[in-house]
Design a protein around this ligand. Structure first.
Ligand SMILES: Cc1ncc(COP(=O)(O)O)c(C=O)c1O
Length: 338
C-alpha cells in the first residue's frame, strides 16, 4: 500500500487517542455564562504560560487576531505590519471590515521587521494622516517560511511602541515553534506585548481553537467583541480540553517536526530541479523549482505526497505531528526520484 503524506499545512492533524480521551472526559458548562470550567482552566493556563493577565478562548486564529485589532484601535487608525502578515493577507480584509483601520505594510526580511523600519512609518499628528496606533508582529512568520523573531529582536520594537504610545500585538499562530527554535521563555513574552494570539490547532494538534491573551480589562472588552462576531460558544470545554492536552503533551515534540523539516531541506538543496531552498528554522520548508511548481506537485501527488505552491515556482512543505519518520523517508525517496 502506498504511503500518503500530507505536507500542505500543520492544520491537517487529527486528534491523538490521548487528546480524544481528554476531550471525552472534559467537565463542561455554558461558557457564555462563564460556567465552563475547562475553558476557564485553558484561558488561565495559557495566560500564565505567557505571563499575561487573562485569556479568551476563540474558535480560530483569525478571530483572536481580528478581536485584538478591534481592541487596540479606533476607526480611522492605522496599524503597521510586514507585507506578508497573515492579519493583512489572509484574513479576508478583516482589518478594514471589522475595525475600519488602514494598514501600513513594511518590506521585512522573511517577514521580520525591526524598530528602525517601523519608526519612520509612524504618522505624525496631522489631520491628513490616519492615526498610527498598533504594530502587529507574527512569530513564526508563515509566509517567511517559519522564520522567527527572538526576544532580542522584539525588545527594541516593544520599547519603540511604548515610547510612541502604540500597542503591540503578536500573531502567535506558531509561537511554540518559535520558542522551540529560539530557546526564549514564554513567560517573558507578557512584558513586551499588549496582545498575543496563541493557536492550539496548528503545530500543537488540537482540532480547533486559539486563545487571545491581554490584560484583564482588554479581555473583558474582547469577550464582548467575540460575542458580536458570533464566537460565543457554549459547552466549549470539550474543545478546550484538547487545547490543554496539546499544551501538556504536544509542545515538547515540536523539535521532531523541525528536525524533519531540516532533513527535507537538506535533501532538496542539491537536487537539479530545485533552484533554491529557503533556510529552515522551524517546521516550514519553502523551495523554488526550475519547472513550474504545479508540475512538481503533480509528480508528488502521484506518489501520495500532498504539498502546496505559494508562487509559480515555489512549493511549501509543512511538517507536523501526523508526519512520522517513515513518511519522511518516503518523501526523501520520492524527491530523489523526480
Ligand atoms: C500566521 C497565521 N496567523 C493566523 C492564522 C489563522 O488561523 P485560523 O486558520 O485558525 O483562523 C494562520 C493560519 O494558518 C496563520 O498561519
Amino acid at each position: 500500500m502506498q504511503l500518503t503524506v500530507d505536507l500542505r499545512s500543520d492544520t491537517v492533524t487529527k486528534p491523538t487517542p490521548g487528546m480524544l480521551e481528554a476531550m471525552w472526559s472534559a467537565k463542561v458548562g455554558d461558557d457564555v455564562f462563564g460556567e465552563d470550567e475547562t475553558v476557564n482552566e485553558l484561558e488561565q493556563k495559557v495566560a500564565a504560560i505567557f505571563g499575561m493577565e487573562a485569556g479568551l478562548f476563540c474558535p480560530s486564529g483569525t478571530m483572536t487576531n481580528q478581536i485584538a485589532i478591534k481592541c487596540f484601535t479606533q476607526p480611522l487608525d492605522e496599524l503597521i505590519a510586514d507585507q506578508t502578515a497573515h492579519v493583512y493577507r489572509y484574513e479576508g480584509g478583516g482589518i478594514a471590515f471589522n475595525s475600519g483601520v488602514s494598514t501600513r505594510l513594511l518590506n521585512g526580511y522573511r517577514g521580520i521587521i525591526t524598530a528602525e523600519m517601523i519608526e519612520p512609518e509612524i504618522n505624525a499628528e496631522n489631520i491628513h494622516y490616519p492615526h498610527t496606533s498598533l504594530v502587529v508582529l507574527e512569530n513564526t512568520v508563515n509566509k517567511g517560511g517559519g522564520s522567527c523573531y527572538s526576544l532580542h529582536d522584539i525588545k527594541p520594537i516593544a520599547t519603540l511602541c511604548q515610547t510612541k504610545n502604540l500597542k503591540l500585538h503578536l500573531d502567535g499562530a506558531r509561537i511554540f515553534n518559535a520558542l522551540t527554535h529560539t530557546g526564549d521563555k514564554a513567560a517573558d513574552y507578557g512584558r513586551y506585548f499588549n496582545g498575543i494570539s496563541v493557536c492550539l490547532s496548528k503545530g500543537l494538534g488540537a482540532p480547533v481553537g486559539s486563545v487571545l491573551l491581554a490584560d484583564a480589562e482588554t479581555i473583558k472588552y474582547a469577550r464582548r467583541i467575540r460575542k458580536v462576531l458570533g464566537g460565543g460558544m457554549r459547552q466549549a470545554g470539550f474543545l478546550a480540553a484538547a487545547g490543554i492536552y496539546a499544551l501538556d503533551h504536544q509542545v515538547e515534540r515540536l523539535k521532531i517536526d523541525h528536525a524533519h523539516a531540516r532533513i527535507l531541506a537538506d535533501e532538496l538543496r542539491p537536487l537539479p530541479w530545485v533552484s533554491s531552498v529557503i533556510p529552515v528554522e522551524t517546521n516550514i520548508v519553502l523551495f523554488d523549482t526550475v519547472e513550474p511548481a504545479s508540475a512538481i506537485l503533480a509528480k508528488l501527488a502521484a506518489q501520495g505526497i500532498k504539498a502546496v505552491d505559494t508562487a509559480k515556482h515555489r512549493i511549501r512543505l509543512v511538517t507536523h505531528l501526523d508526519v512520522h519518520a517513515e513518511q519522511i523517508e518516503h518523501v526523501v525517496k520520492v524527491l530523489r526520484s523526480i
